[in-house]
Write a protein that binds this ligand. Sequence first.
Ligand code: URA
Length: 272
Amino acid sequence: MNRALRRDYLAALKLDAWRLRGDSIRTAAEADAPDALDAPDAPDAASLAAIQPTADPVPDAERAPPAARVPAAVSVAVPVADGGREAGADWAEVRARVAACTRCTLSSTRTQTVFGVGSLQAQWLIVGEAPGAEEDRQGEPFVGRAGQLLNSMLRAIGLSREQVFIANVLKCRPPGNRDPTATEAAECLPYLQQQIALLKPKIMLAVGRIAAQNLLRTDVTLGRLRQQVHHFGVSKVPLIATYHPAYLLRTPADKRKAWEDLKFAREVCARV
Ligand code: URA
């Protein structure tokens, strides 16, 4: 297929940010480099068109028996209950509790709470850190530039934003986008636990150090947490940690590692 036609296909598919080239993911700007779409290992439009939940952009040559590539599960002790799924608590009730929450001081500075968004049947739960300024304004997680990159990361493993559920460790924006305090995270965690109890995800993807460390109750670096299967809560949901899209926007060289993490998470999900 010639390059112009392939471009048209990509545009029609809105595959405009991350594109697969071998086992790496490139930004639109990087993909516009002269060799990008004509590289021998670039997927053709047909395989990109096949990016959907069952699609698999991993080249066959890269396949090995999962056991050879997926490290043994590592359980990090997370001594928390599943959020006290109060009898009969349903999505509407949890949403109302979050909207009315005054458990910490962030309730006095927020514009609104950011409950989370996505499919209530989702198999994947994506967990970020906390709402930023735009999320606080719109009431939806990951709506800024980082959100666009997150959408592209999901697309690269065949998932749409609408198919997953996206939430944060904190439901309210910390002023000035500072890191969440331990108290804020502890006060807010039960809401995420209630969401998990309702959603029953097959897999959790913690994006960024803050999310991973808070969910796993550890101060181990993200570099050491990634590429391992952790488990969250009493229901032991498999949890994979990867880089935050905002970090990847600042450090595009680490997109390759993020791509490894996404493929790893997809493999783990397929085995659950
Ligand atoms: N960063 C996050 O961690 N969460 C958001 O919702 C937005 C940006």
